[in-house]
Design a protein around this ligand. Sequence first.
Ligand SMILES: NC(=O)C1=CN([C@@H]2O[C@H](COP(=O)(O)OP(=O)(O)OC[C@H]3O[C@@H](n4cnc5c(N)ncnc54)[C@H](O)[C@@H]3O)[C@@H](O)[C@H]2O)[C@H](O)CC1
Ligand SMILES: [K+]
Length: 245
Amino acid sequence: MFRNTFKTLSSKMASQLDQELMSTGAFSIDQLMELAGLSVAQAIYRQYPPTSASSNKVLMLVGPGNNGGDGLVASRHLKIWGYDPVLFYPKKSTKNELYKNLLKQLQDLEIPEIENLEEIKSLLETPKSVKIIVDSLFGFSFKPPIRAPFDDLINYLSTNHSKIPDIVSVDIPSGWDVDKGPVDVDINSTMLISLTAPKPCSEHFLKEGRVHYLGGRFINQKIAQKYDIEDLVKLYKGDELIVKL
Ligand SMILES: NC(=O)C1=CN([C@@H]2O[C@H](COP(=O)(O)OP(=O)(O)OC[C@H]3O[C@@H](n4cnc5c(N)ncnc54)[C@H](O)[C@@H]3O)[C@@H](O)[C@H]2O)[C@H](O)CC1
Ligand SMILES: [K+]
């Protein structure tokens, strides 16, 4: 039975909450991203645990913003927990110290990088070589239509559903309009990890065979009340950083 009566946060409200946490809330982006990325890795571990019987390769698709940053953090945790992440990170920020540091941490863990779509295709089209794809390309600041160099990748993922392994999307299925849902393309993710609160597009997500998690457990009661997401925050049990919706 699907439960889809949760509160959502529009792209505008999600961005406002994010700014509030980092101004009056006195959080740094590094802290929020670490907690968000950690919860992404935990949800993946719960749904797709590593196994000695098959490939533990995880193709991490990393975008240019903070959604990509969550993917970089998750890659580090996944590697330490026994997965074999491979990075596709075509638009690196050269100025931002945080992203540079996160990438250096992954290089120190000897996580390899894939350079182009052709390499992605050949990896994905080799049967059983990749366990899952993690989509951390775009989050709540994405505005369609998709621009290069991500357009070809999203189109490929959207038109080859039967060839490719399960896709786990971080916060938003990339390519979807944050408030409206799928527009021109649909990468058909099978798992969504909403951060802080689901966004309106997640109402189009639930159907047979798909799972939805909530992560990013870092807001206090007062902020939860202000953004009317107290009921969501109450779903977390004990010390857990994720909850299946
Ligand atoms: N409070 C929280 O829940 C936190 C969530 N986090 C994650 O941060 C993202 C939102 O990050 P932000 O940097 O604002 O934006 P995005 O990553 O969504 O993308 C911005 C990036 O994408 C480019 N872009 C936008 N539209 C397009 C397009 N049509 N084509 C190509 N490129 C596009 C834009 O230029 C930027 O470079 C949220 O979803 C969470 O995943 C934080 O990590 C912690 C707090
Ligand atoms: K995403």
